[in-house]
Design a protein around this ligand. Sequence first.
Ligand SMILES: Cc1cc2nc3c(=O)[nH]c(=O)nc-3n(C[C@H](O)[C@H](O)[C@H](O)COP(=O)(O)O)c2cc1C
Length: 375
Amino acid sequence: MTDSPFAGKVVLAPLTVGGNLPFRRLCVELGAQVTVGEMAMVRKLLSGSPSEFALLKSHPEESFFGVQLADRKKDSLAEGARIAESRGARFVDLNCGCPIHEITRRGLGASLLRKPTKLGLLVDAMKKAVSVPVTVKLRTGWKEGKENVCEVARICEESGADAITVHARTREQRYNRAADWDVVGRVAAERGIPVIGNGDILTYYEARERMARSGVTSLMLARGALIKPWLFREVRTGEAWEPTGEERVQVLWRLVELLRDHFGEDERGRRRAMRFLPWHMNFFCRYRPLPEERYEESARRHPLLQSRLDGGQAKTPLERLLADTRPETHQRMAEELLGSATAEEALARAQQLAVSLPPDTTERTLDVAATEVAG
Ligand SMILES: Cc1cc2nc3c(=O)[nH]c(=O)nc-3n(C[C@H](O)[C@H](O)[C@H](O)COP(=O)(O)O)c2cc1C
């Protein structure tokens, strides 16, 4: 198992919108070892939708990139997997976690958890269709009290899955409960293939504690990576990086460079980058330093991503700007960054914007509205 490409890895989660190619590159630069694309609907791939095909595209710097597919039919998934492989995917992942009604009412995403035998046939069909590894992303079950992830994981392995990710909440729980890492541990103890644990990791010390508790060697990061993409490095080195406001602008600037590289520098490229940059700022603004000596004890009892933390201590106007939760601020900041030619100009413009804004009095939490997300 240790020579599996999924053992001992820190993985960037599939993230609809957030897992765009430029952001994935940023995460790779900051330590992500495996990346996954945004969930792609096989039905749309088969009808030739260009926007769905765009989700299969990866960058050479992503050394181990996988495509995530959603469907409920064997033939479609086999074909979807073949298409993904032919476009360079190093592995193909099946989405069995998406809780959104629009998806589950059609029998896709988390609703596959209710039909483990059928799910096994889907995994088998994907395995037979491609030579790259096939993985499955699961939740712990459909409903609280009816968690069946141990059975589902066994069937996935018996059907040929090369690894399994467990997002340690039921479909019904969405994001409302803390991820149950003891369940991750049970699945990992029973399976011979790598199990990747997922849920509520925001700091390296939570990563360390959840890995020790569950026995998994691989982690998948989602909201934590969106809030602080340098979390990969922290988890891998076991050391905190608490960047200053200036350093955080540098991280944002790097994202701007990668967005430009991908979408182009003309007006059309700028418009496309503007679809993503303010969206990312809505996660970036939730960052606050969480030193181990102060938070480790409470993080062991309840994950920091699920806790209502105080607003942090933004000391300078720049730090206040970066913590600002208002959509109009994210829009303005994105315009300033995209209008800059150099990192120095970006910082100077951010500082200017920071002193010109009225104070943000909104109460900040780390919660993510369940309806926003696909997994
Ligand atoms: C914005 C957003 C988009 C997501 N999109 C997907 C997706 O396309 N496919 C998927 O399997 N999970 C998706 N998820 C779920 C994450 O991959 C992950 O399982 C979940 O957020 C739990 O991890 P976390 O507690 O570290 O955030 C999404 C989550 C977020 C926040």
